[in-house]
Ligand binder design. Structure first.
Ligand SMILES: [Zn+2]
Ligand SMILES: [Zn+2]
Length: 417
């Protein structure tokens, strides 16, 4: 066959066109599509996509408009409907922006090397596979640790030989006549042939199952989660807090004492180079998520208790968060006093002088009064501008200051506020 440029010829309409299952990964459906047309996956790919090498990349992450358009031509299923079966469809729901060239938060990396996956990037539920031979988009997310339908733990490897799950590498030719609606050879281990739908079904913690169900429902549908004592919050906000806490619970900096308290045994998946939540094996993630669920059950008091017990600084509880959600900042409010607030002692005349200056619009006096009244540093910074460390410095200078401290113009301005 001569090499073709993608999309440069009339579409080949396939005779048999099974539709993707709900939430099925594009790659899983492609395998079944080839199977239904008694073609090898790689022959079909060549027919549809020409010389484009799609299987040595993460096709579910990277299938772009050209690949989807070729599939629309071959099956009559609209490209926009097919996009739902790719991982970029999670953009705006699970993470802000899909990063085609690098790491995307919550997506399990495959660690692709010469068409082989070195990481356990695809999870599965044996009971789901038994019902319908389809791997699901949700199984590529590190936040998925159990199956909400069957209440069991997800697997991330072949239980017989430990190989990662690479459905497209199953030798379909050996099975060409065996494809049935309830069975497809790609649900077998590519390495040893073990039928993954026969992997052990282990009952998961009911609290974890309930949590997984609400998260999956939010991803697929509502986009909202409920937080105890807060109410409905956007899923993206919820997940930013979840990601921070799951990181602290596993390997986050300055949270060692928290891990001693909660005791999550951390294991990275094989071949892991990077170090993020998405490189942890499923057992570790499951234990960490269960700890996070326990935290949420006592929100917000339990979060404050744990943070105090583990002596985690407030700044650590906000690290890497570009825009901490307001409800999270509210929950952290009691922790602003972990570093004991300096008591501001005034004589009555001091206070009167300060109030007079504040009344005249003196910013420093306004800040000191707000602090004196118990406002949080963050709230003060928001109201009067500047940074929390700048506010802290103003207070420190005031406390260390001379008796002249309240007279206007006698003290250096606090420069970097
Ligand atoms: Zn299941
Ligand atoms: Zn195997």
């Amino acid at each position: 066959m001569t090499p073709h440029r993608l999309g440069a010829r009339a579409p080949v309409r396939l005779p048999v066109r099974p539709r993707p299952e709900p939430n099925e990964l594009l790659s899983s459906w492609l395998f079944r599509l080839a199977q239904a047309n008694t073609q090898k996956l790689h022959s079909l790919s060549r027919t549809l996509f020409g010389d484009r090498q799609i299987w040595n990349r993460d096709i579910d992450r990277l299938a772009g408009p050209e690949v989807l358009a070729a599939l629309e031509g071959a099956t009559g299923i609209r490209a926009t409907d097919l996009r739902v079966h790719t991982l970029p469809s999670f953009e705006g729901r699970v993470y802000d922006r899909h990063n085609a060239n690098g790491i995307t938060a919550w997506i399990l990396p495959l660690g692709i090397y010469h068409r082989t996956h070195r990481r356990h990037g695809l999870q599965y539920c044996p009971a789901c596979l038994k019902e319908r031979p389809a791997f699901l988009t949700l199984w590529r997310l590190s936040l998925s640790v159990v199956c909400p339908l069957h209440g069991c733990d997800l697997h991330e490897a072949c239980p017989a030989c430990g190989a990662p799950v690479i459905p497209f590498r199953v030798d379909a030719a050996a099975h060409l006549s065996k494809s049935l609606p309830t069975y497809s050879p790609h649900t077998c281990c590519f390495q040893c042939g073990f039928a993954l739908d026969r992997a052990p079904v282990t009952a998961a913690d009911p609290a974890l199952v309930a949590w997984q169900r609400t998260v999956h429902e939010a991803i697929i549908g509502s986009g909202m989660m409920t937080v105890r004592g807060v109410g409905a919050v956007p899923l993206l906000e919820y997940l930013s807090v979840a990601r921070l806490w799951l990181t602290l619970l596993t390997f986050g900096r300055r949270a060692e004492r928290l891990r001693e308290l909660v005791d999550v045994p951390v294991k990275l998946t094989t071949g892991a180079r990077g170090r993020s939540l998405d490189h942890l094996d499923v057992q570790t993630r499951r234990v960490a998520v269960l700890a996070f669920v326990t935290l949420l059950e006592g929100w917000p008091e339990r979060m404050v208790d744990w943070s105090r017990a583990a002596r985690i600084r407030r700044s650590t509880l906000l690290q890497d968060m570009a825009e901490p959600p307001g409800w999270y900042l509210d929950a952290l409010r009691p922790l602003e006093y972990v570093n004991p607030r300096r008591a501001l002692t005034f004589t009555l005349s001091d206070l009167a002088a300060l109030e007079a200056l504040a009344h005249a619009g003196d910013r420093r006096s306004l800040i000191l009064l707000a602090y004196h009244e118990g406002e949080s540093l963050r709230a003060i910074a928001r109201t009067y501008g500047g940074t929390t460390s700048g506010i802290r410095k103003t207070v420190t200078l005031f406390v260390a200051g001379s008796p002249r401290r309240i007279k206007a113009g006698t003290e250096r301005p606090d420069g970097d506020l």
